[in-house]
Design a protein around this ligand. Structure first.
Ligand code: AMP
Length: 284
């Protein structure tokens, strides 16, 4: 695997490779502290492209909470070993100065309409502005044919899809949304999971159980009732729930009730101590 810290070096390298041959580039942007979820994306990128590129950059502009950024886990040496084992060809490991040479304020920013104000957008003001900034910059640098992202961050997937449209790159870049990789108890793998204490980790699978119950009870229950059950159960077990919501799986417009005429997604966010966890499940 070739590692680049300088963006211009990576661009020269990819340009040379692509000049000799029309090589397909698959790209997996990450914030590091890699786990099997990230590696599943690398596996798909590797299988379907000639060059698998990954990036590790903990983007400060998408953290509305400074302490969340400060505590974000980092394990670059281990990450590199995992990427090599997964067959990743190229890693971009840039500094903040490389990504935002003129500071992040001067970067073009993108708005995503109501997506900026619901669910993650509501809980983390400015989050998707930061995501849009960094993803636009990374797509411009790598110029991939395919981008691989995880369904775990459902709203982010829709935001990135919209961003590709706003950048007028929908004919050049295909977004590939890949399934959420879970632990044995259903907990969605996340870099933040490593910050859970043992007792917190022991109950963290409850988030997924809530999603499964929302799915199961659509047959004979009202979503409002199931939503309240989930919020109460999470609070009782020691979570601080932020939302338990139901939305149209296509555009993420929020639903008050189950609507069998639509493909639906259930989404949850809750804190355990100061560790914020999110998850979702497409339920029909
Ligand atoms: P992050 O490093 O958290 O920014 O994630 C980088 C990419 O990995 C994003 O597209 C995430 O949605 C994806 N990802 C994170 N966790 C998982 C998981 N458990 N399963 C599949 N993809 C994931």
């Amino acid at each position: 695997m070739v590692i680049f810290k300088k963006i211009s070096d990576l661009q020269d390298y990819l340009l040379k490779l692509r000049a000799t041959d029309s090589r397909r580039v698959g790209f997996v942007p990450t914030m590091g502290a890699l786990h099997a979820g990230h590696i599943s994306l690398i596996g798909r990128s590797k299988a379907n492209n000639d060059i698998a590129v990954a990036s590790i950059f903990v983007n400060p502009t998408q953290f509305n909470d400074r302490s969340d950024f400060d505590k974000y886990p980092s394990s670059v040496d281990m990450d590199i070993t995992m990427l090599v084992e997964a067959g990743c060809d190229v890693l971009l490991l840039p500094s903040e100065q490389e990504v935002y040479p003129e500071g992040d304020q001067k970067m073009q920013s993108y708005g995503f309409g109501y997506l900026d104000n619901i669910l993650e957008g509501a809980q983390r003001p400015g989050h998707f502005k930061g995501v849009g900034q960094v993803v636009a910059r990374l797509l411009d640098i790598v110029n991939p044919d395919f981008v691989y992202v995880g369904q775990k961050d459902y709203q982010q997937c829709i935001v990135i899809k919209n961003l590709i449209g706003l950048l007028r790159k929908e004919n050049e870049i295909t977004l590939m949304v890949c399934p959420t990789v879970r632990e044995a108890d259903g907990l969605a793998m996340s870099s933040r999971n490593r910050r859970l204490t043992e007792p917190q980790r022991a109950i963290a699978g409850l988030l997924y159980q809530c999603l499964v119950s929302i799915q199961a009870k659509q047959i004979d229950s009202s979503f409002k009732i199931v939503q309240k059950e989930c919020l109460d159960l999470l609070a009782e077990k020691g979570f601080t729930p932020e939302y338990v919501s139901l939305a149209d799986a296509g555009d993420l417009s929020l639903l008050e009730e189950y609507d069998k005429s639509k493909k639906m997604v259930a989404l949850v966010a809750a804190k355990l101590g100061d560790v914020r966890l999110i998850d979702n499940l497409v339920i029909n």
